[in-house]
Design a protein around this ligand. Structure first.
Ligand code: GL7
Length: 806
């Protein structure tokens, strides 16, 4: 479509939808009009893609994830359709700013953080690589809460994103399936086979909402299917009371309900079974319509279990094969192993789900029976070969609890971690017992990011320089960013990149002024830590370093440091009080420092509210320092590290997660690392000889800083300050903040020094951009496709043709 055609279409569509002219329409009407043109256009390719998959019976993957975090989709769809520039120009000729329309779209936040965003990055890349792949998840009516600060405290407001209308989804009542909960099950013999007989319980209807996942200029449009719940018409009489109806509605009401109480946990388990059962049933129905032998299903279908939340896929698949399709257990089990694969995203014990037997029996009794049988057979089979200790440690049911990670590993053919160090830790430490049993199941797939979103969409200024310098092949082949390495000594390019960065910093400075009323200088270093608030990520260490600088400047206002703006973006889980205490402490410190005339704007602290994908798109292009300071071994991979690197930020990092691979990619001179290594952390665990109190006593700097939390230096944090202080001293500083602090300060001083030499700094920045290509999710999903899913690009995608027009 060219510009003239688009303008014509736009005017006509606006008239059709609203009987209006451009000059009379509100931004919302203009947005709806544009969305309608975009979605009706890709709908043709959407049906072609799935018809293609069906007609040629290509193997497809189904990515099951309890979270998706797509952010806004308008601009990304325009880019991927190859329309972005034309539409931007055409609209501007009509007197409309595309950016104003983009602002209207709600940020679709059906996820918490890295894990959900990864799922969405994968959706983009799977489509862009012409791979037949689908998402499967829950259509929460309320996304992740909206964060506000009131007197420095985090307050959570509901995220009602649907009333604004979601122009991308299509409800498909004809594809609904029923999911049964509760009641009890006993087995009865039928023609020599045991069959389940259900008593009581209740049935809900799962209704899918499909959203097109538009590939990058290749004609592929895949499906992200999110399930909503409804009461089946024929079951109406079972749901008479408001209570009953509310119980059903709650199933898809909120993302991650607070799981600190029993009721919340049960709801969470029900959500998991809901989207697992709906998804697996609909896959099997699709497969049966292909009229292929059930025995061959693994040649056509792969199911991916993203973290343990969908691990019940394994039992549900077994249930359908055995109870409904009458396959023998052994055969069904073989197929299940071939179809299923699992990604582990964390070694943090609290995230490795366990459910009590009673609760699972209560929510989905037949699934419990099947898991019990899987467990029984595992123990029986292993007993001939292995020692009892190993078997007891790896079995699924232990001490009245069902270990979902064990189910995921034992019931799938592949378990992967998300960065080299993380995958090695899984093999050698965390899941070593399983590795001993099944070494060939374990593999690594380092995370990746949707690099077009995080460069072309978020950072047009940098993109322009890159296109002028190295052409645009990197849009489709991200490793071509490496061509930039020919320009490390080219002053013009270095300066152009620096100018792009400055432009982005000015934009962010304006945003900060508008939203926080804080004046920051675009000449200062923009130092960024953006991620969930969690003790292991050590936002506290960042805060301590800020306090150190503050005290130094108070003592000696002439101290020579380059002005720095410390920018935070982070939400804390509503029930995670310690994380909330840190938010409060950062906000109060910000207040203190930003208003202290002695500091003369040398440091500013800005905590931006409501960190989400859209805000990340504003912060990342302006960032110069990327804070990746988790305790080594604790951050499985991280992905903000990759996004910030791609945008030319220098990483200050521990040797944790993907930071290690970033260091390999850019070389030691172009990253600043510090802190305990994995080995040192484990040595402390083994020898149990870390005494945080000694580090406090022996280091006057640490003392001064920690005292500030309890002596009133930081105002208004009587309780929070004490909680933080106690966590470091009385509760032994679980994440070695005091142990790593001095080394962190040394690393920060290196950054300060490096920044004095702007040419060197610009070179480092360029080298980071040039080496970010390997972290594109395009590459990552290719590895998943080849090694795990065994799926191939759709041969009839338009990739060849479209590539020429790039
Ligand atoms: C996480 C990891 O903490 C994070 O390091 C990783 O990048 C991400 C995607 O693999 O997965 N695991 C997890 O439970 N959450 C994550 O963000 C919430």
């Amino acid at each position: 479509m060219d510009k003239i055609e688009f303008k014509q279409t736009f005017i006509e569509r606006l008239a059709e939808l609203y009987a209006m002219e451009v000059s009379d329409a509100t931004p919302i009407e203009l947005y709806q009009t544009l969305g309608s043109i975009v979605s009706t256009t890709y709908t043709k390719q959407w049906s072609k893609s799935w018809q293609d998959y069906r007609d040629t019976k290509q193997k497809q993957v189904y990515y099951f994830s309890i979270e998706f975090l797509p952010g806004k989709m308008l601009k990304s769809n325009l880019l991927n359709m190859g329309w972005l520039e034309i539409v931007e120009e055409a609209l501007s000729e009509l007197g409309i700013k595309l950016d104003d329309l983009i602002e209207i779209e709600p940020d679709m936040a059906l996820g918490n953080g890295g894990l959900g965003r990864l799922a969405s990055c994968f959706m983009d890349s799977i489509a862009s690589q012409s791979l037949p792949g689908n998402g499967n998840g829950i259509r929460y009516r309320y996304g992740l809460f909206k964060q506000r600060f009131v007197d420095g405290h985090q307050v959570e407001l509901p995220d009602e994103w649907l009333p604004k209308g979601n122009i991308w989804e299509v409800r498909k009542d004809s594809k609904a399936v029923d999911v049964h909960f509760g009641g009890s099950v006993h087995l009865e013999e039928h023609h020599g086979r045991l069959k389940p007989v259900y008593h009581g319980g209740y049935t809900v209807r799962a209704v899918p909402y499909d959203t097109g996942m538009v590939g990058y200029k290749n004609g592929t449009v895949n499906t992200m299917r999110l399930w909503d719940v409804a009461i089946p018409a024929e079951e109406e009489e079972h749901y008479r009371s408001i209570e009953d109806r509310r119980m059903v509605e709650e199933l898809t009401s909120v993302l991650y309900p607070d799981d600190s109480n029993e009721a919340g946990r049960k709801l969470r388990l029900s959500q998991e079974y809901f989207f697992v059962s709906a998804g697996v049933q609909s896959i099997l129905r699709y497969y049966k319509n292909l009229h292929l032998p059930l025995e061959q299903i693994s040649r056509y279908i792969a199911i991916h279990i993203n973290d343990t939340h969908p691990a019940m896929c394994i039992a549900e698949f077994m249930r359908l094969l055995v109870d409904q399709e009458n396959l023998k257990w052994e055969k069904a089990w073989r197929l299940t192993l071939q179809v299923m694969s699992y990604t582990n995203h964390t070694i943090m014990a609290e995230a490795l789900e366990k459910w009590s037997i009673e609760m699972m029996q209560d929510v989905c009794p037949r699934i419990y029976q099947i898991i019990e049988e899987i467990d029984r057979r595992f123990v029986e089979e292993m007993s001939t070969f292995h020692n009892q200790g190993l078997i007891q440690r790896t079995r699924i049911i232990q001490d009245g609890q069902i270990h979902m990670a064990h189910l995921a590993i034992l019931g799938s053919h592949s378990t992967n971690g998300v960065a080299k160090i993380h995958s090695d830790l899984l093999k050698n430490v965390i899941l070593n017992d399983f590795y001993v049993l099944y070494p060939s199941r374990f593999n690594n797939k380092t995370n990746g990011i949707a690099q077009r979103r995080w460069s072309q969409l978020a950072n047009p200024a940098m993109t322009k320089v890159l296109n002028q310098t190295i052409g645009d092949s990197w849009h489709r082949t991200p490793t071509d960013l490496h061509l930039l390495m020919n320009f490390t000594e080219d002053d013009e390019v270095l300066e152009q990149l620096a100018a792009a960065k400055l432009e982005n910093k000015k934009r962010l400075a304006a945003y900060i002024k508008e939203h926080k009323g804080i004046e920051v200088s675009p000449e200062a270093i923009f130092d960024v830590q953006i991620k969930r608030l969690h003790a292991y990520k050590r936002q506290l260490m960042n805060l301590m370093h800020i306090l150190k600088l503050y005290f130094e400047l108070k003592n000696d206002p002439k101290r020579d440091i380059h002005p720095r703006v410390f920018i935070f973006g982070a939400k804390a889980a509503p029930s995670y009080h310690y994380a909330k205490a840190i938010i409060k402490a950062i906000n109060e410190t910000a207040n203190l420092i930003n208003h202290d005339p002695d500091i003369q704007d040398k440091i500013k602290v800005v905590f931006l509210e409501n960190y989400n994908v859209s805000l990340a798109e504003k912060i990342i292009p302006a960032a110069e320092v990327s804070e990746q300071i988790s305790l080594a071994t604790k951050e499985a991979s991280g992905t903000s590290n990759m996004k910030l690197m791609l945008n030319g930020a220098l990483t200050i990092a521990t040797l944790d997660g993907a930071n290690i691979e970033i260091r390999e990619a850019v070389g030691e001179e172009n990253i600043v690392t510090f802190g305990l290594t994995e080995k040192e952390v484990y040595r402390y665990y083994q020898e149990q000889n870390y005494r945080s109190l000694e580090w406090y006593h022996n280091d006057p700097v640490i003392q001064r800083i920690l005292n500030a939390f309890i002596d009133g230096t930081i105002p208004n944090i009587v309780n929070e300050g004490k909680q933080i202080f106690d966590s470091l001293i009385q509760y032994h500083d679980e994440f070695f903040v005091l142990r790593d602090f001095a080394d962190y300060c040394r690393a920060q001083e290196i950054i300060n020094q490096l920044y004095q030499d702007s040419r060197r700094w610009n070179q480092i920045s360029l080298i980071n951009i040039a080496n970010a290509g390997i972290f594109s999710a395009d590459n990552t999903v290719e590895r998943y496709a080849e090694d795990i899913w065994q799926i191939r690009p759709n041969p009839s995608s338009q990739l060849g043709g479209a590539a020429q027009h790039d």
